[in-house]
Write a protein that binds this ligand. Structure first.
Ligand code: GLA
Length: 408
């Protein structure tokens, strides 16, 4: 009896926050996983799409693989009523948000919404500026579990303060909610974001291409490699309950299979939130297989929560390491170029030292076995030099598992 009461108290402590606090602690101990409407549907989102996506999350095995949040991005909003309460766009969401939240919850998933710290969202819908507490209360009443909060139409606003205001409003409304800061990295959100939100965008928007810049006039969106390169220097800021967010995924949105594979792998090395952005209802079997690769997801979701780092760059070939819980490591060899590249790694000559986590592995002194996380193949031990080919725009992603050597 005493024991079960203690458990209840501990659960309450873990998921609630007092009005002085700016966020609900403990909601994102590993990077959030889910889906978001923007990358594929843009403004063309409605309740039918959201229901079908929720069904597909379950039927495709995405939910079982860990994807939990179904997030509606921009353009769900209608106008405010006479008293200032935000209304969903009735044409697109005729049944209302509460009914939609009930449906998504009934599928064992959670529902997320989008708003903006400014007067208007990027899609021109009403923003939350001046209505933060009222909007937070509305989301809580509807049963919303995740809020992505954008940064359009914010002239004259100070970023940290604006996000603090919404953080306070969400906490006051009382329903635990993951708070995703979408400020694009303009005001170093990694410095003040951890106290306010569970994740913060580090860059402008992603685009479904390998290494491109898409010019939209006064702003650009960026391919996977461009976004990856913009993460340099940020890893110390991430950890359990506060993550760097290099933006939602473009897997299944038009890149090649190997590029999609590399994209997910690198997001896992970065301990990035894994928010799918493709149409889950029509995705190919190959896209589904990529998105639900449990071994790669396990790297992303590693409980230690230490973001990976670039260990070496040799032309188009990069070697990344990420320390995992226990003594394991993830290693990812990324081939940025088009041509296939031979890769040799003499473990015993490579001391892998990570100042941030304090992890230091001398493969000369400690034996590991490597597993290829995309093929499941055993790559042998770190006693032998690893020699392989990494195809263009692809990765070799490995989990190194510590082996206990027999004594004597
Ligand atoms: C901004 C965000 C995107 C998306 C759009 C919606 O560009 O960075 O992720 O939410 O707005 O309009």
């Amino acid at each position: 009896m005493r024991h079960s009461r203690l458990v209840v108290v501990m659960v309450l402590v873990a998921t609630t926050a007092t009005a002085q606090e700016l966020k609900f602690e403990g909601l994102a101990l590993t990077p959030p996983m889910g889906w978001n409407s923007w990358n594929h549907f843009g403004c063309d989102v409605d309740e039918e799409v959201v229901r079908e996506i929720a069904d597909a999350m379950v039927e495709s095995g995405m939910r079982e693989a860990g994807y939990l949040y179904v997030n509606i991005d921009d353009c769900w909003q209608g106008e405010r009523d006479a008293d200032g309460w935000i209304q969903p766009d009735r044409g697109r969401f005729p049944s209302g948000m509460e009914a939609l939240a009930d449906y998504v919850h009934s599928r064992g998933l959670k529902l997320g919404l989008y708003s903006d710290a400014g007067w208007r969202t990027c899609g021109g819908r009403p923003g939350s500026r001046g209505y933060e507490f009222q909007d937070a209360l509305t989301y809580a009443r509807w049963g919303i579990d995740y809020l992505k909060y954008d940064w359009c139409a914010t002239d004259g606003l100070e970023a940290e303060g604006a996000y603090q205001t919404m953080g306070r409003a969400l906490v006051s409304a009382g329903r635990p909610v993951v708070f995703s800061l979408c400020e694009w990295g303009d005001n170093q959100p990694w410095e003040w974001g951890p106290a306010i939100g569970h994740l913060w965008r580090t860059t402008g928007d992603i685009a479904a291409c390998w290494d491109c810049e898409v010019d939209h006039g006064d702003w650009s969106s960026w391919g996977v490699l461009r976004i990856l390169d913009m993460q340099d220097g940020l890893r110390a800021h991430a950890g359990p309950d506060h993550w760097n967010d290099p933006d939602m995924m473009e897997v299944g949105n038009g890149m090649s299979e190997s590029e999609d594979r590399a994209h997910l792998s690198m997001w896992a090395m970065l301990a990035a939130p894994l928010i799918a952005g493709n149409d889950l209802c029509t995705m190919s079997e190959s896209t589904r297989t990529i998105l639900t690769n449990r071994a790669v997801i396990a790297v992303d979701q590693d409980p230690l929560g230490v973001q990976g780092f670039r260990y070496r760059r040799d032309g188009d070939l990069e070697v990344w390491f990420r320390p995992l819980e226990g003594e394991d490591w993830a290693m990812c060899v990324l081939n940025r170029g088009e041509a296939s590249r031979r890769f040799e790694f003499a473990w015993r000559e490579e001391p892998v030292v990570d100042e941030l986590s304090g992890r230091r592995t001398l493969f000369r002194a400690r034996l590991y076995r490597g597993v290829d996380l995309w093929t499941g193949k055993d790559l042998g031990t770190t006693r032998e030099t690893l020699t392989t080919e990494v195809p263009g725009h692809d990765v070799l992603m490995v989990r190194l598992v510590r082996m206990v050597e027999p004594e004597g």
